[in-house]
Design a protein around this ligand. Structure first.
Ligand SMILES: [Zn+2]
Length: 198
């Protein structure tokens, strides 16, 4: 008896399911909606891209920053504020704040532009073949917002042999421990005696 009723109920469920999407107003439809919502949020969270219109960048940036980062310009040599800057910290993308280079990897190339042997992490930048201006170069851009940063050349010092030649105007320097680690630094002050005693 029970099993026959069960069978009838199952047959009814199957019959409703066979009606197609128009007949689905129950849990099945809700499941579909939930899955779609999950799929729509995942790519945005994973990519972390910053996409803005030219007008938005123009509003946010100074004319010099815009010319270099959004129009692939180059600041005059020895004109930027970071080519002979030696403070300890990191250099972020001036457009989106992406941490790009570490002062530990900075060296004095004598070219008049800030020069680094490598990016802060491989995924922070992208490199593109650039044949503009009659030269064969490798362009370096910010992986998060697409800002033009400069070029990379194979004539750098050890350990990489690379010279990331970057426009000062495309960078924003941040002293080590200034912001993201600010809270940790504050907490560290309480135990400074312990740290100093090591
Ligand atoms: Zn950026």
């Amino acid at each position: 008896m029970m099993s026959r009723n069960h069978g009838i109920a199952l047959a009814l469920v199957l019959a409703f399911a066979a009606l197609g999407p128009a007949g689905c107003r129950g849990s099945e439809g809700m499941n579909t909606t939930r899955e779609a919502a999950d799929l729509s949020t995942q790519p945005a969270a994973a990519s972390d891209k910053v996409v803005k219109s030219d007008a938005e960048w123009w509003t946010q940036l100074t004319p010099r920053q815009y010319r270099v980062t959004r129009e692939k310009g180059t600041e005059p040599a020895f004109s930027g504020k970071y080519y002979k800057y030696h403070a300890d910290g990191i250099y972020r993308c001036v457009c989106c704040g992406n941490p790009l280079f570490d002062s530990h990897d900075k060296f004095d190339s004598g070219t008049g532009w800030p020069s680094f042997t490598r990016p802060l992490a491989p995924g922070r930048i992208e490199e593109h073949h650039d044949l503009s201006l009659g030269m064969d170069r490798t362009e370096v851009i910010c992986s998060r917002c697409g800002a033009h940063l400069g070029h990379v050349f194979p004539d750098g010092p050890a350990p990489t042999g690379l010279r990331y030649c970057i426009n000062s105007v495309a960078l924003d320097f941040e002293a080590r421990g200034e912001t993201a680690t600010g809270q940790q630094a504050g907490a560290g002050m309480n135990t400074r005696g312990d740290a100093g005693g090591k």
